[in-house]
Write a protein that binds this ligand. Structure first.
Ligand SMILES: [Mg+2]
Length: 279
């Protein structure tokens, strides 16, 4: 049996694949607010209460919809997901192009999302079907499909657990045994040396560090021409959080495209060497 190694690309969502936050594309306008006011309220409440920002923003979405008498059922959240726009190239072939690129080099390319945003919105967005798994925050719904509680809240520190789930192939969140079972790094479905993490920095530093320190590749992206955000990713590179920074340009031939392909080349070469060593 020929062994086809797997390379996993794990992406943050907001600010990485899509400009701004996913709530800004249509939800926040629908409840009659502007993003700055909405997030100031969330961050202010979280700071005042010593609470988790993610749980507070989920609660604030429910409260804002009730206050404005705006429909907010599962299907409405999915409708907001469909309104999400993307950086250049993201919804124009990036994911399949890299799967093809890997296949030509004898490796399998998988794409994963690790996001503090809402899983329901990501699943419903234009690229929702591209991912092998989506790890994100999620509501618990009642029988009428109205959100009543937070089922899962993914913040910047607990984001890293999903890297270990990808690493061990323990994608089922209800399987607590698989993620904690001892497996030699070489025998794991996706060794960290075959992981590429792409984020914009806000909630990504622990993931960027984990992937980089464990032998994978970390990348920080910013919107082209946004001086403040270019500075932010440059600081991540200066602090050795990431290997590379680039415009969030996912078109064929962009700097990001070239760097990711070079990383895949290197990972595929290491796997070819290891295969020869195994005999
Ligand atoms: Mg982000």
């Amino acid at each position: 049996m020929t062994h086809r190694p797997t390379i996993a690309l794990a992406y943050d969502f907001d600010g990485t694949l899509s400009p701004g936050s996913m709530q800004e594309h249509s939800f926040i306008p629908e409840v009659g607010q502007d993003p700055a006011t909405f997030w100031a309220k969330v961050n202010g409440d979280a700071a005042r209460l010593g609470a988790d920002n993610i749980l507070i923003y989920m609660h604030e979405m429910v409260k804002a919809a009730q206050r404005e008498e705006v429909r907010f059922r599962r299907e409405d959240i999915e409708r907001h997901g469909q309104q999400i726009g993307f950086f250049d190239g993201v919804s124009e072939g990036w994911f399949q192009r890299l799967r093809d690129y890997g296949a030509e080099r004898g490796v399998k390319i998988e794409h994963y999302i690790i996001s503090s945003g809402l899983k329901e919105m990501i699943e419903a967005c234009a690229i929702g079907s591209e991912f092998d798994a989506i790890f994100a925050s999620e509501f618990k719904y009642n029988a009428d499909e109205v959100p009543v509680w937070a089922a899962s809240a993914v913040n910047y520190t607990n984001k890293t657990q999903f890297l270990f789930r990808i690493n061990k192939g323990a994608l089922d969140l209800s399987d607590h045994a698989a993620v904690n079972r001892y497996v030699d790094e070489d025998d794991r479905p996706v060794p960290f040396r075959n992981m590429i993490y792409i984020g914009d920095g806000d909630t990504d530093v622990p993931c960027m560090r984990t992937v980089k320190e464990q032998g994978g590749v970390s990348i920080a992206v910013h919107p082209a021409g946004d001086d403040a955000l270019v500075k932010k990713t440059a600081a991540l590179k200066a602090d050795a959080r990431v290997h590379f920074t680039a415009d969030a340009d996912y078109t064929d031939g962009s700097a990001l495209d070239a760097y990711v392909k070079a990383a895949i080349d290197k990972m595929a070469a290491v796997e070819a060497l290891k295969a020869l060593e195994r005999g």
